[in-house]
Design a binder for this molecule. Structure first.
Ligand SMILES: *[C@@H]1O[C@H](CO)[C@@H](O)[C@H](O)[C@H]1NC(C)=O
Ligand SMILES: *[C@@H]1O[C@H](CO)[C@@H](O)[C@H](O)[C@H]1NC(C)=O
Length: 439
């Protein structure tokens, strides 16, 4: 099985330093997209790692996605021989659930010469009921592929609504046949290198400027950590993600783009999955002998979907802030302090030193309260929160991790994570363990 480890972010972070490092406020110079009409949320799904999926596996993932308000999957395809079988299952499973899908050509594999093959693949699925269409045109997207000739494809296929992931500069360069732009770059970075900053909307502004009146598809991601050594894919870094999930969704409400794409549903290799783990098939995490299985096994991200659900609702309503009806503390943290030495043949990921040795809680509350974090043997840390969704943190301590929401000195929500923080390790694992406590 060939695996897709290609999201190397060749997408440069254009001009983000020039536009400033701090989170922009709603100043006059800020271009704010407030898209009209129905808004849609998709999740990026890597078909390349599901060679052995059944239609039921697809239906399970789609049911989970649909239950939080995701409208469809962007089906990332390379040129794998099992594409047709898996796309057949995906379109059939989606049709049965009234879920939507569209093809997202991964230009780590496809090239500018492939217009006819791409048109052929689009046409093959375009008339299926699960195909996502926009303004009655067949929706199609990409990972990279700047400057690809979508007009030629459209001359050999049904009418297209092409929303590729080009860099903003390529969009303004008059990209041919493009109706929309997708910004993959959903992590703090500069020229694809980690930086010690929170995510800003500077990159989004570049796209909005380049797109003018065309719709924007905004990438939203919770994390990015990948750890392949020089004998493997030689791809070993973390983008600063400590506050990312909550911050990025707030930016979605601020910009209110036409489309949101969650990056990703199942790219385990880069730790930005929000879909379920697949414990019976850890091969999907593997990449040679030292694969993502090392940093993904036992590291669920499911509770991040609960946060997304509330934000998706607010985004679709056109609200400027989320409305919490079910209270929950969604916590996440790395399993070891960053300066711990692990018995790992691969070094610490680039950018690791920017991480905070903290335990984080996204508090979803319907009225004010106090979050109490007890991290290992540290004294409990109490942090007041207002109603809504707020991320708070406390310094990381070794041992068990307990989370509480208190009102009037009494716990209304309380629980202990099943993942301890430890200072012994065999892998520099900078993935996040994500869990939650509810009433
Ligand atoms: C779809 O693309 C593949 C290459 O990955 C190609 O072999 C196949 O012929 C294409 N399908 C159609 C119907 O053009
Ligand atoms: C990111 O934002 C959080 C919350 O405002 C802040 O505590 C943290 O210091 C910021 N991180 C960086 C690197 O600026």
């Amino acid at each position: 099985m060939r695996l897709t480890f290609s999201r190397l972010l060749q997408v440069a972070t254009l001009a983000s330093s020039a536009l400033g490092a701090t989170l922009p406020t709603r100043g006059t110079e800020e271009l704010v997209e407030r898209a009209s009409g129905t808004k849609y949320v998709f999740a990026h799904f890597i078909v390349g790692i599901v060679a052995s999926y059944t239609q039921d596996d697809w239906a399970n993932d789609m049911t989970l996605a649909q239950s939080i308000g995701i409208d469809g999957f962007a089906l990332d395809i390379g040129m794998d021989p099992y594409n047709d079988q898996q796309l057949g299952y995906a379109y059939a499973a989606a049709a049965a659930l009234d879920f939507k899908v569209f093809l997202s050509f991964d230009f780590s594999y496809w090239s500018s010469a492939d217009t006819s093959l791409i048109a052929g693949n689009i046409t093959q699925y375009a008339s299926q009921s699960a195909q996502f269409t926009y303004n009655n045109d067949v929706f199609v997207s990409t990972f990279i592929g700047d400057g690809f000739d979508w007009s030629t494809v459209a001359s050999e296929s049904p009418a297209l609504f092409a929303c590729p992931n080009y860099q903003a500069a390529s969009l303004s360069g008059g990209a041919d046949g493009v109706s929309c732009g997708f910004n993959w770059n959903a992590w703090p970075s500069s020229d694809n290198a980690p930086i010690d900053q929170n995510m800003t909307t500077a990159g989004d502004q570049d796209y909005l400027n380049a797109l003018g009146s065309m719709p924007y598809m905004m990438g939203v991601s919770p994390w990015f950590f990948t750890h392949y050594g020089p004998n493997s894919y030689d791809k070993n870094w973390i983008f600063y993600s400590d506050w990312l999930w909550n911050t990025r969704w707030e930016q979605v409400l601020q910009l209110a783009p036409q489309f949101v794409e969650i990056i990703t549903w199942n790219d385990f290799s880069e730790s930005h999955y929000v879909g379920p783990l697949h414990p019976d098939d850890t091969s999907v995490y593997a990449g040679g002998s030292t694969g993502a299985v090392e940093w993904v096994t036992g590291f669920p991200h499911d509770a991040w979907r609960d946060v997304a659900q509330v934000y998706i609702q607010a985004y679709k309503n056109g609200d400027s802030s989320p409305t919490v009806t079910t209270e929950e503390l969604v916590y996440y943290y790395r399993p070891t302090p960053k300066d711990t030495t692990c018995s790992d043949s691969v070094a610490q990921p680039t950018g690791y030193e920017y991480d905070d040795d903290s335990v984080f809680v996204i508090a979803m509350t319907s009225s004010p309260g106090t979050v109490v974090i007890t991290s290992g043997s540290n004294a409990p840390v109490s942090i007041p929160v207002v109603a809504g969704i707020n991320t708070v943190s406390a310094p990381m301590g070794l041992g068990s991790q307990t989370f509480e929401l208190q009102r009037n000195g009494a716990a209304v929500i309380q629980g202990t994570s099943s993942q301890d923080i430890s200072n012994t390790c065999t892998v520099y694992n900078f993935n996040a363990y994500v869990g939650s406590v509810k009433a």
